[in-house]
Design a protein around this ligand. Structure first.
Ligand code: FRU
Length: 326
């Protein structure tokens, strides 16, 4: 059997510093563990567009075989991703998009749909009447733009629902703790907050409580990660009334990348679904994700054992070979 070719995949990540990105990375590593022929280099831009631009330039200079990128902001990273693509480096956009059609594949959710689903769910929770505040993700990042647009589209169907304010949350709880209090003091009669992700939703709940506005204020988040302090648990604890699942796409991104590199058929648009998780289905959801986590852990252990065995076997082969040669 011919040896598998070595592939160099570069991954430019807008940030690696939150649970969702860590889950994404874990999914990638799981998939990569089946492909020891892949050299994987991940660069963390720490939410800085300027740093991410330099990192992408470095990956292009290294002539990686494929670039996976989650662009911090769409506009400022478009030209570089186009440049990579035009130089023959396949580009997989992961979760966040550029503004260009020049990419090889996209893997991630449909954020217009996420926003719309949040809007319709909000209408249902409030019986079509009420005041809403929206906490936005970082300006210029495609999920923030699309979630906002989708939410607005859905609200337009309910004349009794009013979007009374928007807050720049930058995807970060710290920004919410800083900016939301003033907005809620100006709108103490708010009925619902839609936060573009669960960490901001959690911070919003803390602000609501600190201001003494009480559990009357409903909060919806996005991501729905399992694990302590994450979305599913926040819903179970009642800190969030609901979250919208937003799969990280880590595993799918690696699978797609490998198909592209092996010149196998692949889809250009790999859109992952969403759904509402609230008190009615969070228990089922948690049991399922926990089972999956256990299976993943077992699989990882098996993989490591297998690799150790292969290493032992390989070194035995060389010993036998050396003995034969002497
Ligand atoms: C994590 C995150 C998620 C959000 C996604 C959007 O870095 O902020 O919470 O769903 O990025 O790109």
């Amino acid at each position: 059997r011919a040896p598998e070719p070595v592939y160099r995949i570069g991954f430019s990540q807008c940030t690696a510093g939150d649970a969702w990105r860590q889950a994404m990375r874990a999914g990638m590593e799981k998939e990569l563990s089946f492909h020891p022929n892949v050299q994987f280099e991940a660069l963390d831009a720490h939410n800085s567009t300027a740093l991410q631009r330099r990192q992408v330039q470095a990956l292009i200079r290294q002539r990686v075989d494929l670039l996976i990128i989650s662009p911090n902001q769409s506009g400022p990273l478009t030209e570089l991703t186009e440049a990579a693509y035009n130089q023959g480096i396949p580009v997989v956009l992961l979760d966040r998009r550029t503004t260009s059609r020049l990419y090889t594949a996209y893997v991630g959710g449909n954020n217009l749909e996420v926003g719309r689903t949040a809007g319709h769910y909000a209408a249902q929770l409030l019986h079509r009447r009420g005041r809403v505040v929206e906490v936005l993700g970082a300006p210029g990042s495609s999920p923030a733009t699309d979630r906002e647009q989708g939410f607005r589209q859905a609200l337009a169907a309910y004349p009794g629902l009013h979007l009374v304010a928007q807050v720049q949350g930058d995807w970060l709880p710290s920004s919410v703790r800083q900016r939301l209090p003033a907005v809620l003091r100006a709108h103490p009669d708010v009925d619902l907050i839609f936060a573009h992700n669960d960490p901001m939703g959690r911070a919003a709940r803390q602000v609501v409580q600190a201001l003494g506005l009480g559990p009357r204020v409903r909060i919806i988040g996005v991501d729905g990660l399992p694990g302590p302090g994450n979305g599913l648990q926040l819903v179970e604890d009642g800190a969030l009334n609901a979250t919208l699942l937003y799969p990280t796409g880590g595993e799918e991104a690696i699978r797609t990348a490998l198909r592209i590199l092996a010149h196998e058929p692949y889809e250009k648009e790999n859109v992952l679904g969403t759904m509402v998780v609230d008190s009615t289905n969070v228990g089922t959801m948690r049991t399922q994700t926990e089972q999956l986590a256990v299976q993943r852990h077992d699989l990882g252990q098996q993989q490591r054992r297998l690799q150790a065995q292969q290493r032992r076997y390989a070194s035995q082969e060389t010993t036998v070979y050396l003995l034969g040669a002497s």
